[in-house]
Design a protein around this ligand. Structure first.
Ligand SMILES: Nc1ncnc2c1ncn2[C@@H]1O[C@H](COP(=O)(O)OP(=O)(O)OP(=O)(O)O)[C@@H](O)[C@H]1O
Length: 258
């Protein structure tokens, strides 16, 4: 039995003036500890899938099943990391990363120690009492990652978390996130437009097509790439081969959408 199942998900957005079928019959099984990427053209429904899993919106039809139970609303089992870090400027880094526990009234000495430990693990050992304005974009995203991990979610949703960063910072952060999520055996779903990032970080890539948003093809990433860091993966010959296959497939779908 899969850890997380998307069973025949469809979603329609309605407004007074328009109707959009964002998703059509999305079915996907994800194993515990697996890293999946959703890749595809703008508007194919990648973020809509994450919003449904996070319980922010309800699917029109279908089910999300986590550990054999339907997931119907927002849950602490789901952690969400976005392109923007959404750190509160008036709170220190430590206060920001413990915001979930503060809201739940569950801050303990143990939480504080774990927060400090995680900050060390992401290379931010000395910023707990600083304010977000004194941190670089990459440092802020690392703090946002700690905030997400501190609630110990079962599933991590990553919606283009590196896309606002400069290229060098993005590559460094990819390595860090990859290693951390592997160490903590987190099940993760990454939304990205970057074919290279999807190959370098994932076990499996779900290529989507639009109008309506649907799964076009699935690619398994070769084991030789999955067992090395994203930075090293980009230099592997099998990376280039897979890149070319995905590029061709994406091109085919973009042409049919035109
Ligand atoms: N709140 C909304 N109201 C109406 N239509 C929406 C809404 N959110 C998304 N859509 C539409 O649903 C479709 C899927 O959008 P979604 O944002 O999930 O795609 P995406 O693949 O994540 O796009 P991008 O890569 O540009 O972020 C698009 O046609 C979009 O215009």
């Amino acid at each position: 039995m899969a850890f997380l199942t998307l069973d025949n998900l469809s979603h329609h957005y309605f407004s007074e003036k328009s109707y959009t079928q964002a998703l059509d019959s999305i079915s996907l099984s994800i194993n515990e500890g697996e890293f999946i990427s959703l890749l595809g053209p703008s508007g194919c429904g990648k973020s809509t899938i994450l919003s449904i899993i996070a319980g922010i919106i309800s699917q029109t039809t279908g089910e999300v099943i986590l550990e054999e139970k339907p997931l119907k609303e927002t849950s602490l089992a789901i952690g969400y990391m976005l392109q923007q870090d959404y750190l509160f400027p008036w709170k220190s880094v430590l206060e920001n990363i413990m915001i979930g526990q503060k809201i739940n009234g569950s801050i303990t000495m143990e939480t504080k120690e774990r927060a400090q430990q995680l900050l060390k693990e992401v290379g931010l050992p000395n910023v707990a009492n600083d304010y977000p304005r004194s941190l670089s974009g990459g440092m802020r995203q690392r703090a946002a990652l700690v905030r997400t991990l501190l609630t110990d979610p079962k599933i991590l949703l990553l919606d283009e978390p590196f896309s606002a960063l400069d290229y060098q910072t993005k590559l460094k952060l990819e390595d860090l996130v990859f290693q951390l999520l592997q160490a903590y055996k987190k099940t993760s779903i990454l939304v990205t437009h970057d074919i290279g990032e999807a190959i370098a970080m994932s076990d499996r890539i779900i290529l989507m097509a639009s109008n309506p948003g649907r799964i076009a093809k699935t690619f398994d990433v070769p084991i030789e790439i999955r067992t090395i860091t994203p930075f090293e993966a980009r230099k592997h010959p099998k990376y280039q081969m897979l890149f070319d296959r995905i590029w061709k497939e994406l091109d085919k779908h973009e042409k049919t959408d035109e």
